[in-house]
Design a protein around this ligand. Structure first.
Ligand SMILES: N[C@@H](CCC(=O)N[C@@H](CS)C(=O)NCC(=O)O)C(=O)O
Length: 302
């Protein structure tokens, strides 16, 4: 079976969401580190314009967005609750909220000296400058308005109180974790583990749940370099079932982009239309055909 390669960087919350899922799923995977901001030449080759992190890869199939990556992990590990398409509308709405509004609120609320020191240790001063400029530009071009930094803390405090109340069982929606737990975890991991903020203190159930989530670890991972990821991409993309090749747009050149922020498009030929996923094919002179998978929800196709 082709191993899943995760393209990520240590301080990325959405990458932590997937790393924790891989731990829970008990999968072996390959870790390919990328920079905290573009340019990322390898990912530009594999995923086209898509600029967010994480991106996953299995051979010549490239998976953009944690929702699609989670669907692949759910399939590989036979844990259907990791795929948000298998969850009810209540959980789906909860995930949308924590992965967008609360993600930004937590980023803004996590400003601690400890976080600043960690960032300065991880990046050169020049890169910190580039990083800030990149994120300011990304914010300016975003199609959604993030919560104002002033309101962020208020929102996070209300969120923590709500979670504390919800946690009457081991996990947010029952005795087993679902995608919703991992969406919630990665934003709080940023505040609690990375920024070492005290915001979670006074929430005993939430702190126990954080410890349970952290205990899943990151699974069995092997570090690989970019050349090895490129080599893995020199394969045939997996076959797409006939039923997903019926749409009238199949064969057309299209651009797919996130609808919220980081809206850089990836252009290619539409080769698969599934209820929750689009697949486009791109050609690379050396790698051959690559199939790039995107969720339909939260993305636009032109
Ligand atoms: N909807 C995306 C959001 C991913 C996201 O926002 N990732 C952040 C890092 S945690 C990002 O890409 N920031 C810009 C960058 O790293 O270039 C997903 O679920 O994967």
């Amino acid at each position: 079976m082709t191993t899943l390669i995760l393209h990520h960087y240590p301080m990325s919350p959405f990458s932590e969401k997937i790393r924790a899922m891989l731990g829970y799923a008990g999968l072996s995977w390959q870790s390919c580190m990328t920079r905290e901001m573009p340019p990322r030449p390898l990912l530009a080759r594999l995923a086209g314009g898509y600029r967010k992190i994480p991106v996953a890869q299995m051979g010549a199939d490239i998976f953009c967005d944690s929702h699609i990556i989670a669907a692949e992990i759910a399939q590989l590990s036979n844990k259907p609750a990791l795929n948000l398409d298998n969850l009810d509308a209540v959980q789906q709405a909860f995930i949308t909220k924590v992965d967008l509004d609360l993600f930004f609120a937590c980023l803004f609320a996590a400003g601690t000296l400890k976080l600043n020191i960690k960032v300065l240790k991880a990046m050169s001063l020049l890169d910190v400058g580039r990083f800030l400029l990149d994120r300011i530009n990304m914010g300016r071009k975003a199609k959604v308005r993030a919560v104002s930094p002033l309101k962020a803390k208020e929102l996070v405090i209300a969120h923590l109180a709500d979670l504390e109340k919800r946690l009457s069982q081991d996990f947010l929606f029952g005795q087993q974790p679902t995608h919703a737990d991992f969406s919630t975890y990665h934003t709080l991991w940023f505040i609690h583990d990375l920024a070492e903020s005290s915001l979670l203190q006074g929430h005993p159930r939430l702190l126990n749940w954080m410890a349970r989530m952290k205990a899943f670890g990151h699974g069995r991972l092997q570090r690989i370099n970019e050349a090895q990821a490129l080599q893995a991409a020199q394969a045939q993309p997996r076959a797409i079932a006939q039923e997903y090749r019926q749409d009238a747009l199949i064969g057309q050149t299209v651009s797919i982009a996130p609808a919220d922020y980081g809206c850089e498009p990836t252009t290619g030929v539409l080769v698969g239309v599934m209820p929750n996923r689009w697949i486009i094919a791109r050609q690379d002179a050396e790698l051959g055909t690559l199939h790039i998978h995107f969720p339909r929800q939260g993305y636009t196709l032109r």
